[in-house]
Design a binder for this molecule. Structure first.
Ligand code: ATP
Length: 237
């Protein structure tokens, strides 16, 4: 679904990503792991075209390397940023409405999962209890769920989820994990940025481990679980 080859990105003169390559297959959940500052958010922004980048990015068979962010989003690549950009004066339902986009099909013609308010409010029971609450009156974890739900209103084929468990209460972390597992069942692919090995192991098929903007290791979650050296060197335990 997503194929990134030799991605390089800089902020001004500061080079951040070095020849980064990764793949996410259809229906796969893949974690991009690494400590603070490793380059996870930068990778996601570079894939979405939000920052200047070099290298190639293919999505569902299309070359998106030179497309603008809104063109990439229109092809069905969803992005949930770490900093929860909900509209604080709008209610849960109004926030969801803003994310609404047309139904999509994969390149091979099969229908992509279709989301609506009813389905999403049952997927996120906490949101289902507060459909009319303004976003600004919700906890950080609830805002995180709303951000993910709003991205799903765009019926994405693949979603980039930037550190969804960061700073969120344990009960909500569990619900977010359940959601990712449900997305996989529905056929949505996920590239998840994550520091927490436990959370990544709950939901992912494979992982790439990043440090200083370079992939240092990649493998299955079972291989990562058995590799204490990689965990110690590059990850938060
Ligand atoms: P975190 O978990 O803290 O978000 P991360 O792995 O997502 O970490 P990035 O946010 O991608 O890491 O940051 C990678 C590097 O880029 C860091 O050294 C960071 O200081 C630098 N950086 C991030 N944003 C900018 C910016 N707007 N301007 C300059 N440097 C930046």
């Amino acid at each position: 679904m997503l194929s990134v080859a030799n991605l390089n990105a800089s902020y001004g003169a500061a080079r951040i990503l070095y020849d980064l390559s990764l793949e996410v297959g259809r229906g796969e959940v893949v974690s991009l792991m690494g400590r603070n500052g490793a380059g996870k958010t930068t990778t996601m922004k570079a894939i979405m075209g939000l920052i200047a980048r070099a290298g190639t990015v293919h999505f569902d068979g299309s070359d998106i390397s030179r497309l603008k962010p809104f063109e990439i989003a229109r092809l069905g690549l969803g992005f949930t940023p770490e900093d929860r950009r909900i509209f604080s004066d709008l209610t849960v339902l109004e926030n969801l409405d803003i994310g609404r986009q047309p139904l999509r099909t994969f390149r091979d013609g099969t229908a992509a999962p279709h989301w609506n308010e009813t389905k999403l409010l049952s997927l996120f029971p906490n949101l289902g209890e507060m459909p009319d609450r303004p976003g600004g009156q919700m906890s950080g974890g609830e805002q995180q769920m709303l951000t993910i739900a709003r991205t799903l209103m765009g019926n994405p084929l693949l979603i980039l989820l930037d550190e969804p468990s960061e700073g969120v209460a344990p009960l909500i972390v569990e619900q977010i994990a359940d959601t990712i597992i449900e997305l996989k069942k529905e056929g949505v692919s996920v590239l998840l940025s994550e520091q927490n090995v436990h959370f990544a192991q709950l939901v992912s098929d494979r992982a790439y481990v990043l440090e200083k903007g370079q992939i240092q290791w990649s493998g299955t979650m079972a291989e990562l679980a058995n590799n204490a050296g990689v965990q110690r060197s590059y990850l938060t335990m």
